[in-house]
Design a protein around this ligand. Structure first.
Ligand code: BG6
Length: 299
């Protein structure tokens, strides 16, 4: 749908503005009494979320991000679906799947009261997705913006053959300085260290702190995660729903320099804590069935 048609369709929503900004991509700007947020319709990508009274954004966005049709946005909450990381069957397929590269449909906006705005966006298979992954699906996302940010991803199998998905709400959090951050809640969890290319899980000991590249997949962990930031003097909590995996990622110096949409010191002010189902937590969805995964982010 064209921007003008979206603007017309949702013209009575008082907490929402729709506009074409960077790279002519369509953005949804939300401002209600409890929070403000920005969502790009490409990828159903939450880019900003800031509760009222909080000085700093909760989410980190890279100032070098691409804003181009078909290119992933760097920062915020990319939706990785229907696979996380490289595709296991074909190396040439896009990393983290195709949901973050596609235009979604903005189905509805609800404003239950002046403190809450709820967006529903969806994505169906089409010629582009079929070339990459030959299945029929309906993917929905609900983004609830209020005192907390609640995001729920619902995967439906609309075809006649079962499929296996891995998925992540690849959340980039805005932090004061990586040296002043500890990620808590994964103490004793089992993880795969991707930096070392490990193929067996080991046990985490204590809270996670950072002094080098960190890229680990924690499995069978449903518990809330806390990002304790003594620089910004705040703790961000991520509560997970139907998510058994968590990825924690900071690229550190050398990898930051290698990524064209990062800046050399981007690693200092971001950490990814990703709500996911990956590796042995992959989900099989039978024809006609659906599965949902979600998270609630709050201070
Ligand atoms: C993380 C992965 O989830 O995403 C990392 O664990 C990867 O290995 C990172 O580098 C960023 O991926 P991309 O495709 O957005 O550059």
């Amino acid at each position: 749908m064209k921007i003008e048609d979206l603007q017309e369709k949702f013209k009575n929503c008082t907490s929402v503005k729709i506009s074409a900004d960077a790279g002519d991509l369509p953005f949804i700007h939300v401002k209600n009494k409890s929070a403000s947020a920005q969502i790009c319709i490409q990828g159903a990508h939450v880019m900003h979320y800031q509760p009222e009274g909080e000085k700093k954004d909760i989410l980190w966005m890279c100032c070098n991000s691409y804003f181009e049709k078909g290119k992933p946005i760097r920062g915020g909450i990319p939706v990785c679906w229907p696979w996380f990381g490289p595709n296991m069957d074909a190396e040439n397929l896009p990393a983290h799947g195709f949901a973050r590269l596609m235009f979604w449909t903005l189905d509805s906006i609800q404003e239950p009261d002046e403190n809450c705005t709820i967006l529903h966006l969806s994505l169906n298979d089409n010629d582009f997705s079929r070339k990459l992954w030959n299945y029929s699906f309906h993917l929905e996302i609900e983004i609830q913006i209020g005192k907390t940010l609640a995001v729920q991803l619902i995967s439906k199998n609309t075809g006649d053959k079962s499929f296996l998905i891995t998925e992540a709400l690849h959340s980039y959090f805005n932090i004061g300085n990586i040296a002043n951050v500890a990620v808590k809640g994964l103490e004793s969890a089992l993880y795969l260290n991707k930096v070392e290319g490990a193929n067996s899980m080991i046990k985490q000991k204590g809270a996670i702190t950072f002094n080098a590249e960190f890229d680990s997949v924690f499995s069978q962990c449903k518990q809330p995660i806390h990002i304790v930031d003594t620089f910004f003097n705040r703790t961000i909590t991520v509560e997970k729903k139907n998510s058994n995996s968590t990825i924690v990622w900071n690229p550190w110096i050398a990898k930051s320099k290698r990524m064209p949409d990062f800046t050399p010191d981007s690693y200092l002010t971001m950490v990814c804590v990703e709500t996911a189902n990956v590796l042995s937590d992959a989900i099989k969805i039978e024809p006609g069935k659906e599965q949902s995964m979600g998270m609630i982010i709050h201070l």
